[in-house]
Write a protein that binds this ligand. Structure first.
Ligand code: B4P
Length: 200
């Protein structure tokens, strides 16, 4: 199994690039943001709980998100690999993911972060808010709150993977195709590395 995490602040392009990566490399896309929005659209109890947090720019509680990921991993037990998008967002989520993957005798190969300055992110999210219907994208105060939460709760996740020597950062400003090319180069190198290790 080959498992990747695409990491970065809100609006850095994780969702945009994930769609292209899963198509090219045949991975299963696990976006906690998309899964939560689907629960909201279906008006499930989990969705109703999540909406309260998301509308305020806060993170949904760890146990809710970890449970969702656990059932997705079970559902796709035969997958070639997973691309985690928007997850883990706290160190507790990262630790839980490591435990879940160890139980399945696999692990994270690489964490790739998209580096984008805050002013560009605010502009992208406000622009998406004009058409997406996402309540967390239309209000600048909520967007700023999401960045504050990212700094406090999500940035420490980068150090967690730096300590495991799995963390890489690339420039997230440029055209979607330029960024995808840089991501593909890194992913191909990691796949080649894993193949050479398993051939030894
Ligand atoms: P997410 O759904 O993960 O979304 P995001 O961080 O806002 O966006 P992403 O980085 O995927 O940006 P995108 O590609 O769409 O999270 C939403 C909320 O869900 C969170 O705030 C939280 O409440 C909750 N949540 C999710 N996961 C959670 C977890 N694990 N734990 C707890 N809570 C959780 O790009 C943004 C825009 O930029 C798009 O309009 C796109 O077209 C544009 N764009 C992309 N690339 C571009 C480029 N290169 N140039 C110009 N524009 C670009």
């Amino acid at each position: 199994m080959f498992n990747l995490i695409l990491f970065g602040p809100p609006g850095s392009g994780k969702g945009t690039q994930s769609e292209k990566i899963v198509e090219k490399f045949g991975l299963i896309h696990l976006s906690t943001g998309n899964l939560l929005r689907q629960e909201i659209a279906d008006e499930t109890p989990l969705g109703l709980e999540a909406k309260n947090f998301m509308d305020k720019g806060q993170l949904v509680p760890d146990e809710v998100v970890i449970g969702m990921i656990d059932s997705c991993l079970e559902k796709h037990a035969g997958a070639k690999g997973f691309l985690f998008d928007g997850f883990p967002r706290t160190v507790a989520q990262a630790e839980a993911l490591d435990k879940l993957l160890t139980l399945k005798k696999t692990s994270i190969a690489k964490v790739i972060a998209l580096d984008v300055i805050e002013e560009e992110l605010v502009q992208r999210l406000l622009k998406r808010g004009e058409t997406s219907g996402r309540s967390d994208d239309t209000n600048e105060a909520v967007i700023r709150k999401r960045f504050a939460v990212y700094k406090d709760e999500t940035e420490p996740v980068a150090d967690y993977y730096r300590e495991q020597e799995k963390f890489e950062m690339i420039q997230g400003i440029g055209t979607i195709d330029e960024i995808f090319k840089a991501l593909s180069t890194l992913i191909e190198a990691e796949i080649a590395h894993q193949q050479s290790v398993s051939a030894q």
